[in-house]
Design a protein around this ligand. Sequence first.
Ligand code: G3P
Ligand code: MG
Length: 247
Amino acid sequence: MLSTLPRLIGHRGAKENAPENTLASIREAARQGARWVEVDVMLTRDQRPVLIHDDTLDRTTTGTGPVPLMALAELRRLDAGRWFDAGFVGEQVPTLEEAAALIHDLGLGLNLEIKPYPGQEEITAEVALNTLRPLWPAGRPLLLSSFEVPCLEVAQRLWPEIPRGYLLWDPPADWAAIADRIGAATLNVDQERQTADSVAEYRATGRPVLSYTVNDADRARTLFGWGVSAVFTDAPGRLARELGPDA
Ligand code: G3P
Ligand code: MG
């Protein structure tokens, strides 16, 4: 599963050039040559898994208010591309099913970040995984990740053979014990907080270190030099060109 992990993972698709977490953004990442994409999944009011990052609709759609107050049918009437650029008017918030089918058709690997609305950690993981599992072809690269330990515990219970990435921003003192307990395969860490020492400490646990979000080639080179395996980038094509053989 992780043997095909590329250096560059398209963040929310290709967020620099297309509206994040839309089908257009996933297509754009593939067009730019990305081999894996990361997207965020949350539940609607009727517990359908959809791709969206924020707790509220306001920033990335024509709607307002918390995502879990809106049913899928209502959500689908919103525009998720207009805020980004007039060329993307008509993009919808995708369902996880649609996104998984497109990612498969494009031959991409997937990092699904389980992004629960606060208080919905377990149900979000359960629904997302029970939705994805029957659709996801055996052998296609998949990494499940979350900042929320309860989501990773659900993943461990429901779909143990799929690797889990433990997302860290401000790591708790016992992050290493938690990583062991949940059987984390990777540590996915905030790039701005990293130093050579911090990356060495994470790597000392024997896990690949992935880092988000890196849009600058010099910073990517530094992180790779410290032993980071892959970076999440909003601009997979541009960064690949700028990095050249380092990508
Ligand atoms: O999974 C990497 C990265 O996406 C985590 O942060 O807030 O962009 O979802 P965020
Ligand atoms: Mg994310």
